[in-house]
Ligand binder design. Structure first.
Ligand code: PMP
Length: 379
């Protein structure tokens, strides 16, 4: 027998209510029963996105929602500015290029955040930029970007701001309307505590004009078609019915807690992991902009990072993530997002200690757990 713990930055663990909702017999989507589910989901998503606008539900992973943003905002040959500080910033550029959009990048060293002043300067220097693409939490590095600052910079220009909040929505603060986020995209398998399979996207009035004008090829991702459906509390195509029903379970749980309490829980867990890292003599990869979503930690010298992750997962059942792309083998990433609580963190840290100890890393056994406990005791 072995119990499994999932501490990865997506998918994240599922609450039992979400699991059992998916096991309900399927219903047809063009019925009053499903329409009631959709109505509830649309209202709940507005609460989580902190927006008054429609939030469209897509049957896709988060990348599908990103592509929806690109093809609906821009036409081939137009210019986008992408803030790239990791793998998911790069994904914005890749999607834009795939659709013939000319990409300018604001490159940020992995592990660092971008300065909104640099965004304002880039917009001033090139008046052809129609859209700025940013990331709320860059999952590959564990950095939270200053979306409020980007919003101020972009809203002073004719361009629109599109934010990838796939990782971070419902876990850390994101005031879509108030911060001037014109397009916000997300996915189901992270802060929203669902399996992968749903994408979400909200669009401001400023951005909607671009949706109408875009000459990019689009059919499944065409938001004009989605808008006609949402106005009738419907979806353009067969939705992922069971996931939408499960979404209402997670939205209910989140509303019951309230965003403020949810964000405070994520902050406490982030603080606890960061305290444990310090106590264990390890180093944070992003000390100046560490997110409360996922913590990236350097693998100490002399330790095989990939073996560390594999041993925790395959021998002890605790799954964390390793580094991606250029950071493969050099980082471990411990997520503290979604259906995760303080004792899940304690389990994760104690397993990390056990495996580090077995691999020969020198530290005081229990010091990481103690440091995390001390943060949790401050409640
Ligand atoms: N953006 C970010 C910040 C992510 O963390 C992820 C998933 N790891 C994605 C985009 C892509 O989402 P998906 O894998 O659901 O397509």
């Amino acid at each position: 027998m072995r119990k499994n713990y999932l501490l990865t930055p997506g998918p994240t663990p599922l609450p039992p209510e979400v699991c059992s909702a998916q096991a309900r017999p399927i219903i047809h989507h063009r019925t009053p029963q499903f329409q009631a589910e959709l109505k509830e989901a649309f209202a709940g998503l507005k609460y989580i996105f902190q927006t008054e606008r429609d939030v469209f539900i897509l049957s896709s992973s988060g990348t599908g929602a990103m592509e929806t943003a690109v093809v609906n905002l821009l036409s081939p040959g137009e210019t986008a500015l992408v803030i790239e500080g990791g793998k998911f910033g790069q994904r914005w550029s890749e999607i834009c290029r795939a659709h013939g959009i000319s990409v300018k990048t604001l490159e940020v060293e992995w592990g660092k955040a971008a300065d909104p002043k640099a965004v304002a300067a880039a917009l001033k220097a090139d008046l052809s930029i129609k859209a700025v693409f940013a990331t709320l939490c860059e999952t590959s590095t564990g950095v939270t970007f200053d979306i409020r600052g980007f919003g101020e910079a972009v809203s002073a220009s004719p361009a629109v701001l599109a934010v990838d909040a796939v990782s971070g929505l419902g876990a850390i603060e994101l005031k879509t309307d108030e911060w001037g986020v014109d397009v916000c995209v997300s996915g189901s398998q992270k802060g929203l505590m669902l399996p992968p399979g749903l994408g979400f996207i909200s669009v401001s009035a400023k951005a909607w004009k671009m949706v109408e004008a875009s000459k990019s090829s689009r059919y499944y991702w065409d938001l004009r078609r989605a808008k006609k459906a949402i106005d009738k509390t419907d979806t353009a195509f067969t939705p992922a019915i069971s996931l939408v029903i499960a979404l209402n379970e997670s939205l209910r749980m989140m509303k019951e807690d309230g965003l403020e309490k949810i964000f405070a829980r994520h902050h406490r867990m982030g603080e606890a992991v960061r305290a444990a890292v310090k106590a264990l003599g390890l180093s944070l990869f992003a000390p100046s902009a560490a997110s409360d979503v996922v913590t990236s930690i350097y693998v100490p010298s002399g330790i095989d990072g990939e073996k560390l992750v594999k041993t925790m997962r395959d021998i002890y059942g605790v799954t964390i993530a390793g580094g991606q792309d250029e950071m493969k083998g050099k980082l471990i990433r411990i997520a503290h997002m979604g259906y995760i609580e303080e004792f899940d963190i304690i389990v994760g840290i104690s397993c990390l200690e056990k495996v580090l100890s077995k691999m020969g890393y020198k530290f005081i056994l229990g010091s990481g757990v103690k440091a995390a406990q001390e943060v949790f005791l401050q409640d």
